[in-house]
Design a protein around this ligand. Sequence first.
Ligand code: DX5
Ligand code: ZN
Length: 218
Amino acid sequence: MRERILAPSILAADFTKLGEQIKEVEEAGAKYLHFDVMDGMFVPSISFGMPVLQSIRKVSDMVYDVHLMIEKPERYIDIFAKYGADIITVHVETIENQEILKKIKSLGVKVGLSLNPETPIETVYPYLEYVDMVLVMTVHPGFGGQKYIDDCTDKVAALFAEIQSRNLEVDIEVDGGISMETIHKPLNAGANVIVAGSAVFTDTPFESAKMLLERIKQ
Ligand code: DX5
Ligand code: ZN
């Protein structure tokens, strides 16, 4: 079975103690650190960018999983790679062809491709040969703390079947509304990388990450 991984999203962290909280989730066993970049254009909100990544890169050896919710992402690939991204995910709604995916790979960074809840899953199929991971959004991107959209589980299942039938090694990541109550849905459908923001960065991130990890490893 493909390795199952927890990717805590620091969008929900307490930024007054960001370094400590990253250490807590790392010690709990989370392998990826999910980093949500928003530009106020592709999504309504603005989050954080390169200087924050550069700064927190030093506190941990986790896999830094950078999710670009921005228009014209080709403008920022080099700099996020330079500042320590291990995976760079762009949205299929923001790309014109596979060139950007090849560019990410050429920098020695893993390639992710994401899609919004209303975008049909077939939209990513022509790109599967160029990516290491598909990130299926399970909420509308832009904010943490939203409710898991149940219809997206079917997209995960369809994507999993497509990947299997083409004998590809592509991870399936899900992002949005994941909690102890919803986590079984994408896992059962074939997702193996699980992003969680508000369910991890509670008052007790270590314990919350541990609980989710126990569920993921089952
Ligand atoms: C939403 C972001 C998510 C967000 C998830 O646009 O891509 O990564 O942090 O937050 P929760 O887990 O709270 O739904
Ligand atoms: Zn995200």
